[in-house]
Write a protein that binds this ligand. Structure first.
Ligand code: PLP
Length: 470
């Protein structure tokens, strides 16, 4: 294929996309294919000669599409959303066209400076003070790894990178069991070791870390010759939306001079609405915060916003600067690759710039508010049906429930069958989780184009399919 054929195929792709999104409600949300269906439809070796784009496009329709789960379906209620908007998809297309590697200021000054500006817009919208600087990381996992490495280096007085961990006293990091498993992985990779990730019990309806237990654990560790390094708090944990009392946790972090990282990968999006900001009061005192704008406001997968109080601490931990990456003769520039584990960087800020300008913050807020309102309405309606139990209360638009008809004995098995039957049906898509050992079904509403009818259709599907289960 040559560039002079590009506009024709680009138009085909754009027409395809408009038709796809316009008729997406007719498709089953979760792929209905079986393991091996796609693999077996693909040739076992690569073509030696160029193939016709017409054939490639046809195979995309015939082979690939049946194996896709439709994350942009408005009745995608599983996991967390991964919202793409027409504006952010267009930005992604421009990013692909430029295909710039934006690791340094000089490798694309516009990418760096747009990132600085757009993240500052978001910081303001989220009610965070200007003590924070932002950087876009590849993922929330990447941001959390950067935070854990920084807390490790701070605790080791910046000797960890050079000396390694052998011979050091054990470093301790504190979190509840509600945090995402990316925290566990950051602890492994940093060399701190899972045994030194101290799980603090949770209390209350928000399933928050027990502050008294947190402080007692830190004090006990110090007394036992260990080195408390930091705390990872969650706002909107993945399973049930668990949310720590950030004000209490940050006060403890300050008292003990510990680094505080807040994982708000999903719920951080809601903080562009002032009425939700009290839910993370104290976040303004954290050392770092991560949220994924694609998870709710439509930032188009991928890219995670990482706010840090001290870019100096982050770059002291992660920056590499061999001669070939140095910029001479320019003052006051930022090289964002020094703020993250990967060197190469995509021009992700463009997606956020297109998004925010195309919808305005108010357009983004109104969607979040609708999702929360509709999800809570569904919660009230389903919770009133006999044979259904609410397991955890709504945290923004996420809550969990289970089917518990009278006389049923194995509720875990029944609910697993229910969620499977619902997803085989295809009108909606849900996933399960475990809450205090019990299998529960998660519901979250968050698709950018979802309507109240889409959300309420979940009631019909859940009740209808549950009736059909023996
Ligand atoms: N933190 C939370 C609360 C999440 O829900 C997730 C993923 O859903 C992550 C972190 C990991 O995100 P990423 O895929 O960007 O690493």
């Amino acid at each position: 294929m040559k560039w002079d054929e590009f506009s024709e195929w680009g138009r085909r792709a754009a027409d395809w996309a408009q038709e796809y999104h316009g008729t997406i409600r007719d498709r089953p949300v979760r792929a209905q294919s079986q393991p091996g269906d796609v693999l077996n439809a693909l040739p076992t070796s690569a073509p030696e000669s160029p193939e016709d784009m017409e054939d490639v496009f046809n195979d995309f329709e015939q082979i690939v599409m049946p194996g896709m789960t439709h994350w942009q379906h408005p009745r995608f209620f599983a996991y967390f959303p991964t919202n793409a908007t027409p504006a952010s998809v267009l930005a992604e297309y421009m990013i692909a066209n430029l295909s710039a590697q934006c690791m340094l200021w000089q490798t694309s000054p516009a990418a760096t400076e747009l990132e600085t500006r757009v993240l500052d817009w978001l910081r303001q919208a989220m009610g965070l003070p200007d003590a924070f600087s932002g950087v876009i990381q590849d993922s929330a996992s990447g941001a959390t790894l950067a935070a854990v490495l920084t807390m490790r280096e701070r605790a080791l007085k910046w000797q960890g990178n050079s000396q390694g961990l052998p011979g050091q006293k054990p470093l301790r990091v504190y979190a509840s069991r509600e945090v995402h498993t990316s925290i566990d992985r950051a602890i492994w990779i940093s060399g701190i070791g899972e045994a030194n990730l101290v799980r603090i019990p949770i209390i209350g309806e928000n399933r928050a870390m027990d502050s008294a237990a947190l402080e007692a654990a830190i004090v006990a560790d110090k007394a036992n010759g260990m080195v408390p390094a930091g705390i990872v708090a969650c706002v909107g944990g993945t399973g049930t939306g668990a949310t720590d009392d950030i004000a209490a946790v940050s006060a403890i972090a300050k008292r003990h001079d510990l680094y505080l990282h807040v994982d708000a990968a999903w719920a951080g999006n809601a903080m562009i609405c002032p009425e939700f900001q009290p839910m993370w009061a104290g976040a303004e005192e954290a050392d770092s915060i991560v949220f994924n704008p694609y998870k709710w406001i439509g930032g188009q997968f991928d890219g995670s916003v990482h706010f840090v109080r001290s870019p100096e601490d982050l770059t002291r931990t992660l920056a590499i600067s061999p001669e070939y990456l140095k910029t001479h003769g320019k003052d006051g520039i930022v090289n964002y690759s020094e703020w993250s584990v990967p060197l190469g960087r995509r021009f992700r800020a463009l997606k956020l710039w297109f998004l925010i300008r195309a919808y305005g913050l108010e357009g983004l807020r109104s969607r979040i508010r609708n999702h929360v309102t509709w999800s809570r309405a569904l919660h009230d309606k389903l919770g009133a049906v006999s044979g259904f139990e609410i397991v955890t209360k709504p945290m923004w638009s996420l809550w969990t429930f289970r089917h518990a008809p009278k006389g049923a004995t194995d509720l875990d098995e029944l609910n697993l069958r229910l969620v499977t039957a619902i997803n085989d049906d295809g009108r909606i898509y849900l996933t399960q989780t475990r809450v205090d050992g019990v299998l529960a079904i998660r519901f979250q509403a968050g698709h950018f184009e979802a309507t109240e009818d889409d959300v309420m259709m979940a009631y019909d599907v859940i009740t209808e399919i549950s009736e059909g289960l023996k």
